[in-house]
Write a protein that binds this ligand. Sequence first.
Ligand code: ADP
Ligand code: MG
Length: 460
Amino acid sequence: MKKNFQTNFVIQEENDLDWHEIQDELEKKFGKGVYDSWIRKITLNKELNNYVILSTPTKFVRDWIVSRYADKILDTIKKFKKTIERIEFVLEEKEKKQDNYIPAEDKVYSIEDSVLNYNKLNPKNNFDNFVVGNSNQLAYTAAQKICEQSSNYNPLFIYGGVGMGKTHLLNAIGLKMKKSRNVMFISAERFMYHFVRSIKNKDMVNFKDFFRKADFFIIDDIQFVRGKEVIQEEFFHTFNALMDKESQIVISSDRSPSNLDRMQDRIKSRLSGGLVVDIQQPDFELRIKILNTKLKEIKETFGDNVTISDGVLNFLATEFQFSLREMIGALNRILAFSRLNNNTDCNSISQCKIILKDLINDKVKLINIENIQKIVASFFQISLQEMLSPRRSRSLARPRQIAMYLSKKHTTKSLPDIGRKFSNRDHTTVIHAVRKIDQLIQRDETVKNNIIELKKQLYI
Ligand code: ADP
Ligand code: MG
């Protein structure tokens, strides 16, 4: 198997695939709507013995396809030819000139420039202003140890819900290490963006070299690559190359490695091969401490002279317990409001309720069947259409059952009502789904954790 891109230059071009046949299959798989809008536009550019290069007319179409359909397209192609391991996308050339897919030397600068642009660390999120409590003590200590290089935790994998401080901690590691080491800090989404861009610019060699230069490779929100085969493949190779040269790797995710569904097993096992720590929900005490720290920072930044009563701080810490980001956002809003009104004392909870009305009310408003469907679909990276379709494959049926379960438990809708919202399914189907998920919560750790995470998302 050829893993190294260099060797790909010399591999044979082949011509076995019948693209029309594959397109027919893709149309069946995606349905006419998606097919006509997106998939039809793809043409087969080149076929090599272990991968194919596909072309799209515009960058927008390509990005859309890569982010949503790439893995399924690969699956379909594999049905026709088992040896295909990955697909790459390039933009169609206006004029069909000779193209031997070798990156031009003069492209070297472009990836450097573009990547550096996204390698920005936020000086405000450092270790000094990261407030430590029971819920994040372990993650904090591990992060510091990594910086002292007094441990062999590699990779360090930090996971926790939205707004729990993961990016802050990763950023702090980056800030501390960048003085002495070659640090690369990038979100998984950006990593994919650059990957796609490099394919377009025929710049893969530089892409690979660039990321493999890092001594400290910090990648945020790895859950983003779930279900995206092509980028997982690339990530895996980057990861291995970095481990080989003993670079430190730090990863964050919204869930534990074992709960990363639609992620290759070999990557999951790599991710959990070092130290895995979680950041849990902060308790009340920590939330108050964080509010006070932020308050101090904001006052210093704006030269404000505001005081906020303990009652108001308590109110914020109680109302926004699921996301520190939201809690800090609410604090900022209250301060901005009092600044506008030249009001230096924020003591009134009822006033705060009015200022934050949309944030607080939204939570109640958001919990309806449509929203549950949306949240669940996006969590499992399926489309809403798939959620509502009659298809029964496990990858769709389970999210659908979970959405029915949450609809039953978190709305006042009746079973027949819920059935109707799921493309007119019978109420017995809903009963079955609720029972099934109730059972699975008891014995399947992944389902249990999925439900916990989804509930959080529902109520934030
Ligand atoms: P995540 O990446 O987990 O979604 P972030 O790191 O973006 O969360 O944190 C959300 C906000 O909360 C940021 O403004 C961050 O600075 C702040 N924050 C989170 N945890 C802490 C903490 N322990 N101390 C101080 N600020 C924190
Ligand atoms: Mg984050």
